[in-house]
Design a protein around this ligand. Structure first.
Ligand SMILES: [Zn+2]
Length: 106
């Protein structure tokens, strides 16, 4: 008998309201932009001082200018491929799931 272990992966991801005070520069795991709970993304915050290029935010399709603090997200199961990384406005990323998120607490 085979069980799909990946389907029941549990973590203690929790959407806290407070600022991320721990591991400020370490990536944290969040639900992906599609809003489905089984798609997990790693998110790393980029302070304005480290934002030196112009990126295009997939959330609003507008540019992220140099010097603007934002964040980078990439699929947690993508083995960290740099080409999968996307730069988002912080607000766009935070609001990505407000459009009909399917929240599943398993
Ligand atoms: Zn945006």
């Amino acid at each position: 008998m085979v069980t799909l272990d990946g389907m029941s992966r549990r973590n203690n991801r929790r959407r806290s309201a407070g600022p991320a005070s721990l591991g400020l520069n370490g990536p944290r795991v969040e639900a992906g932009p599609s809003g489905y709970g089984d798609e997990q993304y790693l998110v790393r915050q980029i302070p304005g001082a480290r934002a030196v290029k112009t990126y295009r935010c997939p959330g609003c399709d507008h540019e992220i200018r140099p010097g603007v603090a934002h964040l980078v997200a990439w699929p947690a199961d993508g083995l960290g491929g740099a080409e999968d990384r996307r730069h988002w406005h912080t607000g766009c990323w935070n609001g990505r799931g407000s459009r009909g998120i399917t929240r599943r607490w398993s």
